[in-house]
Design a protein around this ligand. Structure first.
Ligand SMILES: *[C@@H]1O[C@H](CO)[C@@H](O)[C@H](O)[C@H]1NC(C)=O
Ligand SMILES: *[C@@H]1O[C@H](CO)[C@@H](O)[C@H](O)[C@H]1NC(C)=O
Ligand SMILES: *[C@@H]1O[C@H](CO)[C@@H](O)[C@H](O)[C@H]1NC(C)=O
Length: 193
């Protein structure tokens, strides 16, 4: 109940930007994994860090000292609905945080207290919920999957980019992936950083 009402509050905060939440609609809170069998990153978790999304980095969260009790969630969680083309992160910070594709094609998160996405775009994401327990759902952007590219600092760390973003061209070393989702029962985080 705690989680659900916080999610409702988070979505309500976004209502002016995205009036897409219909009554009775299923809203899932999910963790995300990379799917590409035969690749070294198959079933790796995808984590937010520095407002970007990575394989083999820890999730980066923040609890301001002025907040007396932050929720205990500390993993990367998205809030998804099959009837919405936007994606939120499971946060409690006023105004929430949304996923978007930045102008370099990178899967990104808006900074708390700012909806700024530069010349990137918040839509169209598409969520196909998991068909049942033990199955995975899928998130796509512009009806297309994603790719994971070795980062400049550490070739074992991969960053996630949207293949469907107009003008984005993946480098040779990138590994095409589907972004799989699994429903999680977790408290939200205060905010991602
Ligand atoms: C995340 O929270 C869980 C449960 O409170 C805790 O056991 C774990 O150590 C935390 N992980 C990090 C990276 O803070
Ligand atoms: C989605 O893909 C189409 C081509 O298939 C492209 O014309 C359009 O610009 C893309 N949308 C975004 C937001 O990148
Ligand atoms: C990755 O996906 C892109 C876009 O769909 C495609 O052009 C490319 O050939 C794929 N790469 C591999 C190695 O399959």
């Amino acid at each position: 109940m705690y989680t659900k009402s916080l999610i409702a509050a988070t979505l309500a905060g976004l209502a002016s930007a995205a009036p897409l939440v219909a009554r009775q609609e299923t809203i899932d809170t999910v963790g995300i994994i990379a799917i590409h069998s035969t690749s070294p990153i198959h079933l790796s978790g995808v984590s937010e860090n520095g407002l970007k999304f990575w394989i083999r980095k820890d999730t980066a969260t923040y609890c301001p000292v002025v907040v007396e009790q932050c929720p205990t969630g500390n993993t990367t969680q998205l809030v998804l609905s099959a009837s919405s083309e936007t994606v939120s992160l499971n946060t409690v910070v006023p105004g929430g945080q949304q996923a978007y594709i930045a102008s370099d094609g990178s899967l990104s998160a808006t900074q708390a207290h700012s909806g700024n996405i530069g010349t990137g775009t918040r839509t169209p994401f598409k969520y196909t919920p998991q068909a049942g327990p033990g199955r995975v759902g899928i998130v796509q952007f512009n009806n297309t999957g994603f790719t994971a590219c070795p980062s400049a600092e550490d070739a074992d760390v991969y960053q996630v980019f949207a293949l469907g973003y107009s003008g984005y061209v993946a480098g040779e070393a990138c590994i095409n992936i589907s972004l799989g989702t699994a429903i999680v029962e977790s408290t939200p985080v205060w905010q991602y950083i």
